[in-house]
Ligand binder design. Structure first.
Ligand code: FPP
Length: 235
């Protein structure tokens, strides 16, 4: 792949990633699927650090969807352990990098030790300001909207506007996604951040997530910088 020059004045403020292709990566090598997820966590580390370095303000990744519970128990257990290991082994970089950590999704049914780890890192990084790193765990775009509606009903609120509604989403205080990247060749949203994706630029690549590196990321960011965003208007 040819090297491309990144124009840091035209970066998206919020990048979201569907990290697809871990299983395929492992299968191609005759390895168990969990090896693919482990390698995926390594790729994620590099993308988080590079995003922070170049000045991306929000990075959201889809780590476990509300539909992923249907996977074999061994894989689900591993996907529940990985975020804890990730946070612990990258703790220094997160603190030093002034990165705020947030988790979105229905966390009550996550294992208790994972819930505690999430809370610890959310609390300890609450004042960090350079970049916000958001992990979607047991997250579904439809569930997010439904839980918001239910909370509005519980509070007896009968009339809302866009701004008010956003306050009830898991993604409260997080701006709309500018660029959505999905790896591994599938071209769909898969119930990710439905509300926040309304005007996002979409970027699909055949590269499997464990092989998605800085160079691939720069290519996506460069393509984004050349997109003509009109938000329903005309030029
Ligand atoms: C989809 O690929 C990937 C997932 C459901 C899990 C993503 C998790 C990671 C990248 C691990 C790191 C995350 C954190 C937060 C540390 P797939 O395995 O379904 O791919 P396939 O379509 O090739 O089977």
């Amino acid at each position: 792949m040819k090297d491309v020059e990144l124009d840091t004045t035209k970066l998206p403020q919020h990048v979201a990633i569907i990290m697809d292709g871990n299983g395929t990566w492992a299968k191609k090598r005759g390895l168990p699927r969990n090896f693919g997820h482990r390698q995926g966590a390594q790729a994620l580390r590099n993308i988080v650090l590079f995003s922070n370095e170049i000045g991306i303000k929000y990075l959201t990744v889809f780590a476990f969807s509300t539909e992923n519970w249907s996977r074999p128990k061994e894989e689900v257990d591993y996907l529940m352990r990985l975020p804890m290991e990730f946070l612990r082994s990258n703790e220094k970089e997160i603190y030093k990098g002034n990165i705020k950590f947030l988790c979105i999704g229905e966390r009550d049914c996550l294992p208790l030790d994972l819930q505690k780890t999430i809370m610890k890192y959310e609390n300890e990084t609450v004042n960090n300001q350079r970049m916000t790193f958001i992990v979607a765990l047991n997250y579904g775009g439809k569930d997010d909207i439904i839980q918001a509606v239910n909370r509005l009903l519980q509070e007896g609120i009968s009339k809302i506007d866009n701004q008010k509604f956003e306050e009830y989403l898991y993604t409260k205080n997080i701006p709309d996604v500018d660029l959505l990247i999905r790896t591994s060749g599938q071209q769909r949203i898969s119930n990710f951040l439905l509300w926040k994706l309304s005007y996002s630029e979409l970027y699909f690549t055949n590269v499997l997530w464990p092989e998605f590196n800085k160079k691939q990321y720069i290519k996506a960011l460069c393509e984004y910088s050349e997109r003509d965003r009109r938000y329903g208007g005309i030029k």
